[in-house]
Design a protein around this ligand. Structure first.
Ligand code: COA
Length: 373
């Protein structure tokens, strides 16, 4: 009889002091601080500092940290050349994965590049990587990577749109980065820890994590949710369409969760922002369609939206192209991944589980001449 757990469901695969997900079914805390309060009062830079350095920064520490990150946004010439070679139609997640790997060869981890500096460097330059590649191919221009913005959210939106961002969009993106920053032993974080546990380099662990996040069952869900929402031109159309998809046993991206059982505590926060932006932009369809999908999913399947669902419309209202939704998840989650790599290294043991074998019993080798045609 099998004793293994499909997908490691319900298995505790290690200890961590970084985050709790769904304790008693609900809630999310980063180093003890509740997600509601962080999303209301803090900024992504504060949260990244909290995750990587272990405590909330003082006002001075935060100012120094923001300046540090702003000073790490430019890219080495070697990475720029690689970005110029990556095809225009590549998936942006593959662009990030390739550039982070390349950065590991140009700025390898050694005495002059310690792990926290590498973490900060990666957080600081992720938007630059994406935007350099995007503008080089789309607009045949090489963007100036120093925008003067003092936040990752502002820097990204400024690079994307070529002008100082609207305050509401900037704060919405900043909050979404806070919500996406960390989530315990999710698939990509676990991949980063498995890689780190072999004593591989920091960039290698983050490269593994980006590759893992790309799939639609994980980070890629926000892009697929947007594509689905855009298929419907009215609330009635959406209600009918979702019921038909459910009748065909289709999975609706942006719903359900492995750990949360009744709701994703991040969803209402981003939904509030999506609602605000929808009103601000004069939207009459997208938000209403999203809400009716939420209602049908609950009525029919008792499934609730996860963070990816309302992030999709919120990003859309910020005029962010859909293929950039999962890369934004990378901008944020790099902070969580980095905290986990540092924690794994601080008390390391190789991660090497067993499997329940289901293949044939031991049998004698058959020489090739005796196997027939
Ligand atoms: N749409 C429709 N049905 C869903 C569903 C969804 N989004 N999520 C789960 N279900 C159903 C499954 O079809 C299955 O039904 P069944 O028992 O009748 O076959 C049941 O709920 C359990 O689903 P399962 O995929 O085994 O649960 P899991 O714990 O392995 O999966 C997710 C968790 C997140 C992978 C899953 O909910 C999912 O695929 N969601 C869509 C992708 C997504 O939003 N990912 C981002 C996660 S933050």
């Amino acid at each position: 009889m099998s004793t293994s757990s499909q997908g490691l469901e319900g298995i505790k695969a290690g200890e961590s002091a970084i985050c709790t997900v769904g304790l008693e079914g609900i809630g999310l805390n980063y180093r003890g601080y509740g997600i509601d309060e962080l999303a209301e009062h803090s900024t992504f830079e504060e949260v990244a500092y909290l995750l990587i350095h272990g405590a909330l920064p003082t006002r001075d520490e935060l100012a120094i940290y923001r300046r540090k990150l702003a000073g790490m946004r430019d890219l080495p010439g070697g990475v720029k050349i690689i970005l110029e070679q990556i095809p225009e139609d590549a998936h942006p997640m593959d662009v990030l994965r390739t550039a982070v790997s390349a950065l590991g060869t140009l700025e390898p981890e050694d005495e002059s590049h310690n792990e926290k500096d590498i973490a900060d460097r990666l957080i600081a330059c992720m938007p630059s990587i994406l935007m350099y590649w995007y503008h080089f191919h789309k607009n045949q221009t090489v963007p100036k990577l120093n925008t003067g913005e003092d936040s990752i959210a502002g820097h990204f939106l400024h690079l994307l749109h070529g002008q100082a961002p609207d305050e509401m969009m900037k704060r919405c993106l900043d909050v979404s980065l806070i919500l996406y920053a960390e989530h315990e032993f999710n698939a990509s974080t676990f991949a980063a820890r498995v890689t780190a546990a072999t004593l591989a380099d920091f960039h290698g662990a983050i490269t593994s994590a980006i590759a893992t996040l790309r799939g639609p069952l994980h980070g890629g869900a926000n892009e697929m949710a947007m594509e689905l929402i855009q298929e419907f031109s009215s609330v009635e159309d959406a209600e009918k369409g979702i019921r038909a998809l459910l009748a065909k046993k289709a999975k609706i991206m942006g719903f359900g969760h492995r750990v949360y059982t009744t709701c994703d505590p991040r969803s209402d926060i981003i939904k509030g922002w999506s609602n605000k932006l929808s009103y601000d932009k004069g939207d009459k369809v997208l938000f209403a369609v999203s809400e009716v999908i939420e209602k049908v999913m609950w009525d029919e399947k008792k499934l609730f939206p996860n963070l990816d669902f309302f992030s999709a419309s919120a990003y859309h209202f910020c005029a962010i192209p859909t293929p950039m939704f999962t890369p934004i998840f990378v901008f944020a989650r790099t902070a969580g991944w980095a905290a986990h790599v540092i924690e794994q290294r601080s008390n390391n043991r190789l991660i090497r589980p067993l499997s329940d074998y289901t293949g044939p019993a031991h049998r004698p080798y058959v020489p090739i001449e005796e196997r027939g045609q």
